[in-house]
Design a protein around this ligand. Structure first.
Ligand SMILES: NC(=O)c1ccc[n+]([C@@H]2O[C@H](COP(=O)([O-])OP(=O)(O)OC[C@H]3O[C@@H](n4cnc5c(N)ncnc54)[C@H](OP(=O)(O)O)[C@@H]3O)[C@@H](O)[C@H]2O)c1
Length: 367
């Protein structure tokens, strides 16, 4: 039985108004929440602001009080702040699309959630960079609270993207080959681990860097079969590597665009599929004409937000989350390396997140 808000230990006097996604307090005593918001789009180092507000309202019958625990900074967050993301919330708005929170109070008609449950946002633009949020029960998804906090905080975007891209485009068989660029990204790391679990081979391309051997060792330790640099891909040795593989890749994942995407297309086998999910180089995808005509290569795109909209209440979505959590519990799926910041340290976190070769994800830790 869910605990009622009247029994919440804070015994708060709550009264708020909701103003374009930002709660402004009307009363004297309440729960203090720091939140990172924008009033206009622009350079993330300039337009993101911090406000401390009080949540001071009784919960409506179907509402829950969420105490955010951890939330990453993803490229889509940066794009949303810049105003270049495909969906934009009405402004002003609290930023942050992904994260994990704990239920700290429930309205009287909430049936599926109790205090202490862990939740993730059900949709994009939820505003996870804050301490507390009052949300509707249907705007959150309950997840197991016995997985590592960081895995929970980074569950709903990259692992789901990797999972769907491996399952939905090509009917891969054991031993089939997948090739990807941006292999050290959050998505790439999840692709490597899921492919290993499902017995697919991976050829992983990363940008060249002074500590490439260290990165290669790390990706191999996760289950990568081959790790090569963008420069290597253009050398004759790459052709030999592909020959040694025995069969050509049936599936390619492109999170970079530009020349890097063109190289992926070149190495796909007859009738292969390239799924574009990101464009980190901010360059368009270019396909050699012959690859489309003679090799019958197919190009398509995946967007996790769209998939979630189409499958909002489908069993398929909950099965996927259960599958991913089970792999996390077995130690077979781990998040990328992360650096932790308090919400108040957002300027440094954002600066770091907008740089290349950052070596991992910046993550806000609220408690
Ligand atoms: N379509 C979807 O549903 C979906 C879902 C999740 C993510 N995404 C997209 O996928 C991409 C990766 O996201 P993520 O969360 O996995 O990223 P992430 O963990 O933050 O990693 C960023 C990746 O991008 C690479 N990168 C950065 N700047 C680059 C540049 N100028 N040229 C080439 N590579 C560059 C980084 O490599 P270095 O180490 O070399 O800097 C790293 O591999 C983003 O574009 C994101 O928006 C899309």
């Amino acid at each position: 039985m869910a605990a009622s808000i009247g029994k919440h230990p804070c015994r708060l006097l709550w009264r708020t108004i909701l103003s374009n996604g930002i709660r402004k307090t009307l009363v004297q005593r309440g729960l203090s929440s720091c939140q990172l918001f924008i009033e206009e789009c622009g350079d993330p180092n300039e337009v993101l602001k911090n406000a401390s507000i009080e949540i001071a309202s009784p919960l409506a019958s179907r509402e829950v009080l969420v105490k955010m625990m951890m939330s990453p900074i993803n490229p889509s967050d940066i794009n949303m702040i810049e105003g270049t993301y495909f969906v934009q919330p009405p402004l002003p708005a609290v930023m942050g699309n992904e994260g994990v929170g704990k239920i700290a109070g429930v309205g009287k008609d909430v049936r599926g959630l109790s205090e202490g449950d862990w939740i993730i946002p059900a949709d994009t633009a939820w505003g996870t960079w804050r301490n507390y949020k009052v949300a509707l029960e249907e705007d959150v998804i309950k997840i197991p609270n016995d997985i590592p906090l960081l895995s929970a905080a980074t569950l709903s975007v990259n692992p789901c993207t990797a999972y769907r891209m491996l399952k939905d485009y090509v009917d891969l068989k054991s031993g089939d080959v997948v090739i990807q660029n941006g292999a050290n990204s959050g998505v790439g790391i999840n692709v490597i681990q899921l492919a290993k679990e499902w017995n697919f081979k991976t050829v992983n391309i990363v940008r060249d860097r002074p500590d490439f051997e260290r990165l290669k060792k790390y990706l191999m330790s996760l289950g990568a079969d081959y790790v090569v640099t963008e420069e290597f891909v253009r050398k004759p040795e790459m052709k030999k590597l592909m020959k040694d593989l025995g069969s050509k890749p049936k599936l390619a994942f492109n999170g970079v665009g530009g020349n890097s995407a063109t190289e992926l297309i070149r190495y796909l086998g007859q009738g292969g599929v390239m799924v574009t999910y990101g464009g980190m180089s901010r360059r368009p995808v270019m396909a050699p004409t012959g690859a489309l005509i003679f090799k019958e290569i197919k190009l398509c795109g995946y967007w996790n937000t769209q998939w979630n909209h189409r499958h909002a209440d489908d069993l398929l979505r909950f099965e996927m989350l259960a599958d991913l959590c089970s792999l996390i519990k077995k130690g077979k799926l781990s998040p990328p390396p992360c650096e932790f910041y308090a919400l108040e340290e957002y300027k440094g976190a954002i600066r770091q997140a907008t740089e290349g070769f950052k070596g991992g994800k910046m993550v806000f830790q609220m408690e």
